[in-house]
Design a protein. Structure first.
Length: 364
């Protein structure tokens, strides 16, 4: 039971009636782990229930923000706390770059009298299922973002697979397989488009030589060629674009879901919510990348992404422009949760297998 309350008794020992106000503050949220201190501070958010809907409120360094509603919460990467009171008077402010939330009470004390005040609050892990169970819209403070509906769907499916496998790593792999199966018709369509583009390369090179001094005419002739051959020159970019909502929904879900905290997969992967740091960290003195964790999982992902890219390469300028993507993604994924890297790695493996089967069937 994560519902809590405490009672404050105030005695008026003076010989006159008093009208007073007092405040109770909560700063930093819960569970500041030294290893995650920077991450917790970055991910700390304030959510407020107006009585009609839940909104995210950005604290101001310059002034206090006063609000009236049903509850106010302070969340970080893994934990959630909230003051609860119908038509409560809440406030938010920022001290030393750290947000804090509070509740304000006003009381009237008769001379020689006393007043008992009860404060209700909820403090728990940041678990979607646990927060939703309270039926107070706490789950809206998960902060899954614009693709939150997808994050919730993926989380429910992941939880279902976990009930079968008992391992979140294998559950992520099964979820990846399911997503890959569902998106396969689009993947196949794009593989066909990219193959057609590759077959056009000799004609494209001829046109480039013929109209090398007339760029405008070259573009017109290329567009005409694409039209008569029924080829979309940007077709190769579509799989990546389609992955963006899925990627961000999974990123948001895997990055902050409490259930994945400390979830072991296999071998060295002992926490699917943390970056893979098996090889240690990049020295602090190195600009930009200093202190970043380094592990085999993102390196394998980068290698697999490079192999996949070479397999689907069409030789067109768009493909060449994306040749740096494996390096970029590898560097960025050094800091991402192992669970997300596992998804991206396995997704690349499945896509590579699909490409090889497709090329074999068409004799490529």
């Amino acid at each position: 039971n994560y519902k809590n309350k405490f009672k404050i008794t105030i005695n008026n020992k003076s010989k006159k009636n008093l009208k007073k106000s007092f405040e109770i503050l909560w700063e930093c949220g819960i569970g500041i782990d030294e290893k995650l201190k920077k991450e917790n501070l970055r991910s700390m958010k304030v959510y407020f229930n107006t009585g009609k809907n839940v909104i995210k409120v950005k604290p101001s360094k310059k002034k206090r923000i006063s609000l009236k509603g049903e509850w106010i919460s302070l969340v970080n990467r893994y934990f959630f706390i909230s003051f609860i009171e119908e038509e409560g008077r809440f406030f938010i402010e920022k001290r030393n770059s750290i947000p804090l939330v509070g509740i304000k009470k006003e009381i009237f004390l008769e001379k020689g009298g006393k007043e008992e005040i009860k404060i209700k609050f909820f403090a728990s892990p940041k678990s979607y299922f646990l927060l939703k169970k309270e039926k107070k819209d706490f789950e809206d403070a998960m902060g899954f973002g614009v693709f939150g509906f997808l994050s919730i769907i993926f989380l429910k499916i992941l939880k279902f697979f976990y009930s079968i496998t008992g391992n979140y790593g294998w559950s992520i792999i099964i979820l990846t397989l399911l997503i890959n199966i569902l998106t396969f018709p689009l993947t196949l369509k794009n593989l066909k488009s990219m193959h057609a583009m590759k077959k056009l390369q000799p004609y494209i090179e001829q046109l480039k030589k013929k109209y090398k001094d007339d760029p405008q005419k070259l573009q017109m002739e290329l567009m005409h060629l694409y039209k008569i051959k029924g080829v979309n020159p940007l077709g190769g970019c579509l799989p990546l674009l389609l992955q963006i909502p899925i990627f961000w929904a999974l990123f948001s879900m895997l990055r902050q879901t409490f259930e994945l905290r400390g979830a072991h997969f296999i071998l060295w992967i002992k926490d699917l919510a943390s970056p893979d740091s098996f090889f240690g960290h990049i020295p602090e003195f190195i600009p930009i990348f200093g202190g970043w964790p380094v592990g085999p999982l993102p390196l394998l992902m980068g290698i697999m992404m490079y192999i996949q890219q070479k397999t689907q390469s069409t030789g067109d300028p768009q493909a060449k422009a994306l040749s740096w993507m494996p390096i970029f993604f590898t560097l960025i994924f050094f800091q991402f949760p192992s669970g997300l890297v596992l998804y991206w790695l396995f997704n690349n493996i499945l896509t590579f297998i699909e490409q090889k089967i497709f090329l074999k069937n068409i004799g490529g």
